[in-house]
Design a protein around this ligand. Sequence first.
Ligand SMILES: Cc1ncc(COP(=O)(O)O)c(C=O)c1O
Length: 365
Amino acid sequence: MPAVSDRLPVFPWDRLEPYKATAAAHPDGIVDLSVGTPVDPVPPLIQAALSEASDTPGYPTVWGTTELRDALTGWVGRRLGATGVTHRNVLPVVGSKELVASLPTQLGIGPGDRVAFPRLAYPTYEVGARLAGAEPVPYDEPTELDPTGLRLLWLNSPSNPTGRVLGKDELRAAVEWARAHDVLLVSDECYLELGWSADPVSVLHPEISGGSMDGLIAVHSLSKRSNLAGYRAAFAAGDAAVLGELLAVRKHSGLMVPAPVQAATVAALGDDAHVAEQRERYARRRSALREALEAYGLRVEHSEASLYLWSTRDEPCWDTVAALAELGILVAPGDFYGEAGARHVRVAFTATDERVDAAVRRLGY
Ligand SMILES: Cc1ncc(COP(=O)(O)O)c(C=O)c1O
């Protein structure tokens, strides 16, 4: 049997290893700004909720506890501005990457179908299409796509890797287009709480959705906003018919969020203070790194939100990666996110203050 992994793109991070070794040889150690993984503590109130729920011998449900569903619907209404959100409009998932990779398969999308995603994008949209045996279709402008055979349209605002935020007009146009062509629109909004010079809006906001969740799903994650990447806490919200179908499939697949993580998610969504605190940390790191990168000669584009500075020296991205590795700084080459990123690097500001300050000094600022 042909291996399923043969359908998938080459795992690109291995190509970064030699540069990682160069950066690690710096006498003051590597500053790793390549992977956007949180480094700050899990907020104490979330840790407490997790440990208080540690005595849970029974199976959790895929649907989640009533408390979790209340927390999800409450947050979607309060933070995203969506109206009329019921328990049928939300579904917990085991981290959003799991959902992104499995969504096309779980919706019965397969050979002969097409799945579209931004030309420069988080690689898992393509992986999900390929796992399903569907055709991956990168786009520059969603409303210019050929709708033939198109079953799923991914949006990602704020974007990984560019930090670009789609404006209300762009979101409305995409929603209108998807509905007109009967294409499910799934909006990955996992950086929504991390807007800096723009205020990201959800597709579920009535100004975008027209007050109906028909044909729309928003994907949210607690990994970044609450430093919970290690917990695997995320959820989908939107069209009840689509989420009901997913629930049915996921029940058979045993895709349950562990009970302690469900309890931790309730605590995390009920508290805005830790999100504000974490934003403060990132805001400081972002502006320190941005000034230093610009002084060093990089131009930062987009990056109005998310955890990344999308930067270029107008040269092949691997040259920039190599130059920064010599300074002991590791960044991600833009071509990991599509050929269109071949002259950019993605600089994550998810390092400790101490490491960010070290990078700033090394950049000569
Ligand atoms: C755009 C985007 N979507 C989804 C994810 C997955 O996040 P998680 O699986 O931690 O929820 C990431 C992680 O970096 C991401 O950048």
